[in-house]
Design a protein around this ligand. Structure first.
Ligand code: GEK
Length: 243
């Protein structure tokens, strides 16, 4: 059973910046399920996308893998020979728990290497699939184009980048609509107003969402000719970019 996230349930004197530490890793499946509309659907469809785009003799990357949900979905769907998955996260707590979950998955044979590292230090090469599932939003704005360019260069022709993000909206009314409806989603999933507000403060300086136009323009600038929005639920969306 998933352990319930109550990290922001009690009033805090001081709200420090959000960190993916032991406490977060411990409740992460519950936290992400109750906070990100459509998360489960995105994870299973990452499996479907990976099954189509994974190539024989290539690497699939899951950058900012947390507990490895996208890696597991890919592992269970890919049917290519000599394909492996490289899952990267810079939270030791996430990687340790992720490895335990992976060890329990005995049905599939595709090797998954879980690496505790800053994804900026990991070279991306001979890749057919690269997943950034709600990770780019934690990378400093000034480093995002360099990362997407590096992914483009590391992908084989026909390879795919799957990029899921919380979205921002240029028009204030659209932004307000999405913020309100997302809070309704969290309340409907059992979070109190206090939890919603304290978590928002903790994430304020750490997670910076951008608009869809921004993501599309950056993908193009990095070299991708084809990008497509394949999923959106409220202000959470996922794009593909194909080389
Ligand atoms: C999922 N993809 O369940 N290097 C490596 N990891 C990083 C870095 C970095 N520079 N910055 C942040 N992370 C997952 C969910 S969560 C999204 C991804 C969320 C990691 C961070 O430690 C965390 O585990 C993950 O990116 C973001 O499909 O919680 O909103």
């Amino acid at each position: 059973m998933k352990k319930q996230d109550a990290i922001y349930a009690a009033p805090l004197n001081e709200i420090i910046d959000f960190h993916f530490d032991e406490r977060v890793a411990d409740v992460f499946p519950d936290m992400i399920q109750r906070s990100v509309p459509g998360y489960g659907m995105m994870i299973s469809n990452i499996g479907i996308l990976a099954a189509r785009y994974a190539q024989a003799n290539s690497h699939c990357y899951d950058l900012g893998c947390s507990l490895g949900a996208a890696s597991l979905a890919m592992r269970q769907s890919i049917c290519q020979p000599d394909c492996d998955i490289i899952a990267v996260d810079n939270s030791q707590a996430m990687i340790e728990r992720g490895r335990e979950l992976l060890d329990r998955d005995t049905a599939s044979t595709i090797p998954v290497k879980m690496i505790c590292a800053d994804l900026q230090d990991v070279s991306i090469e001979n890749a057919s699939v690269v997943v950034l599932n709600f990770t780019l939003q934690f990378i400093p704005l000034t480093e995002r184009l360099t990362l997407i360019k590096r992914i483009y260069l590391g992908l084989k022709p026909g390879g795919i980048l799957i990029l899921s993000e919380k979205m921002a909206f240029a028009e204030p009314l659209n932004q307000q609509f999405h913020v309100e409806i997302h809070h309704d989603f969290k309340r409907a999933n059992g979070y109190s107003d206090l939890e919603v507000s304290q978590k928002r403060t903790a994430l304020e300086n750490v997670m910076i969402p951008e608009t869809l136009a921004c993501h599309q323009q950056r993908s193009q600038e990095a070299g991708f000719d084809f990008t497509e929005l394949w999923f959106q639920c409220f202000n959470f969306a996922s794009l593909v970019a194909i080389k």
